[in-house]
Ligand binder design. Structure first.
Ligand code: FAD
Length: 399
């Protein structure tokens, strides 16, 4: 469960005097609000949606989510994954997981986190769209618009946290540069008889995408089959062709643009005498290997809460930065992989390398890299070849 060591002062204020405005009522925003309210800050969450009715999405996360959220996340868990099957060009490899990955329903997760934040004392204000912020000497004046009637009002805040997603208005108002994004799209499908409900399937098809296709079962009968691409319409066409070739009928589509991590985005900015923080997708806290943002966004929330309570210092943010940078290093390698490289990768996943992948999760990437390379050094050479193939970031990677 998340721990905020030594929560105390910010700019000479005690926590109970601090008014924090969190913009965005979703996973990262509600978790930040909960951590700050629990430490006695006065917290309000401003969410533009008029009702707490988030778009449903089937997501996969590592069991690290359980360590971070404890009971609050359990209501969202709909399935557990014991095995990954990797496919490329007629080859296959299986990786068993020592700790299961979790399939979660995003809407239930957000509702659970909202309730937890409210129980800790945070005020959740729905139908309030953040427009802009201005420094007013001691803190900020926020311009907020009623989503229904467009009426505007000014709200005071000592500290502002932008948890308002990939296209963050808070980031824009406080002067952070715009983030790059990629399209992610998945179809809800009925599982075929050979698809076990505790197995995730991953296909590497480099001519379609430098990322991959996945099928994640969220019940014994249904799952989400999707891919990350670089161009929206092209990604949708690839998915439709892939579904047709493998005889899956799409029952519904889920999709949005996700930020691409191209380097650490400083989570804090001084604006006048006040401080603005970003968290979750707004800060690009997304693992760029798999474009998963739930666990890293929750870690970002923990880090930002630590920083607000400890005068800018956060061990969690430093650790998160190291982790995201390692994912970037791996992504740079994978982005240059051709079909032959994927074939070799799957062939090289020998028993001991697979054991490392099964013991350590995607949220412990430094340990995975170390153990996999010790056990299968040729994987390291393959990776180095990928890194050295061209410059560091291709135009394709930049999206
Ligand atoms: C189809 C799909 C599948 C995915 N699969 C996975 C997966 O399997 N695993 C994984 O880890 N990640 C996955 N992701 C990524 C993951 O969903 C995101 O990283 C995560 O949800 C980001 O959470 P967040 O709280 O930072 O932002 P968001 O969930 O984007 O929330 C932002 C909130 O801010 C509000 N808001 C925006 N602007 C304003 C404003 N001006 N005023 C007030 N409120 C505002 C929005 O209404 C929203 O509630 C997937 C994403 C998609 C689209």
């Amino acid at each position: 469960m998340a721990n905020l060591q030594g929560a105390n002062v910010n700019r000479g204020m005690n926590n109970a005097e601090q008014e924090v405005a969190v913009v965005g009522g979703s996973a990262a925003g509600f978790f930040t609000a909960y951590l700050l309210a629990r430490a006695s800050c006065r917290v309000r969450v401003l969410e533009r949606a008029e009702e707490l009715d988030p778009t449903p999405r089937t997501l996969i996360v590592t069991s690290r989510m359980r360590d971070l959220l404890g009971a609050a996340g359990e209501c969202s868990v709909v399935n557990e994954i014991r095995r990954f099957e990797l496919f490329t060009d007629g080859r296959a490899a299986t990786v068993r997981l020592e700790r299961p990955d979790l399939i979660i329903e995003r809407a239930s997760l957000i509702r659970g986190l909202a309730l937890q934040a409210q129980q800790a004392g945070a005020r959740v204000e729905l139908g309030r769209r953040f427009v802009s912020l201005e420094s007013n000497g001691g803190g900020f004046s926020l311009t907020v618009e009623g989503s229904r009637d467009g009426s505007r009002e000014q709200l005071p805040a000592d500290t502002v946290v932008g948890a308002d997603g990939a296209i963050s208005k808070v980031a824009q108002s406080a002067g952070w540069p715009k983030q790059q994004t990629v399209p992610l799209i998945q179809a809800i499908v009925r599982l075929r008889s050979e698809c076990a409900p505790d197995v995730v399937r991953v296909w590497f098809v480099p001519e379609d995408t430098p990322y991959f296709y996945w099928l994640i079962p969220h019940s014994p009968t249904h799952g989400a089959l999707g891919l990350i691409g670089e161009d929206g319409p092209q990604t949708r066409r690839c998915l439709e062709t892939f579904l047709e070739k493998r005889c899956f009928t799409p029952l519904a589509f889920q999709g949005a643009r996700i930020p691409v991590y191209t380097g650490w985005v400083p989570a804090k900015r001084q604006v006048g005498t006040g401080q603005v923080y970003l968290v979750g997708d707004a800060a690009g806290q997304v693992k760029v290997t798999t474009v998963g943002g739930i666990v890293t966004g929750l870690r970002g929330a923990l880090g930002v809460a630590q920083a607000i309570l400890n005068d800018g210092h956060s061990r969690e943010l430093r650790a998160l930065r190291r982790e995201l940078d390692l994912h970037l290093l791996i992504r740079r390698t994978l982005h240059r992989f051709q079909q032959a490289d994927y074939s070799r990768l799957v062939d090289l996943l020998n028993d001991s390398a697979r054991r490392s992948l099964s013991v350590y999760s995607r949220d412990e990437v430094a340990r995975v890299l170390w153990h996999v390379c010790v056990r299968q050094p040729r994987l390291l050479l393959l990776g180095l070849r990928g890194i050295l193939a061209k410059g560091s970031l291709s135009p394709r990677e930049r999206g």
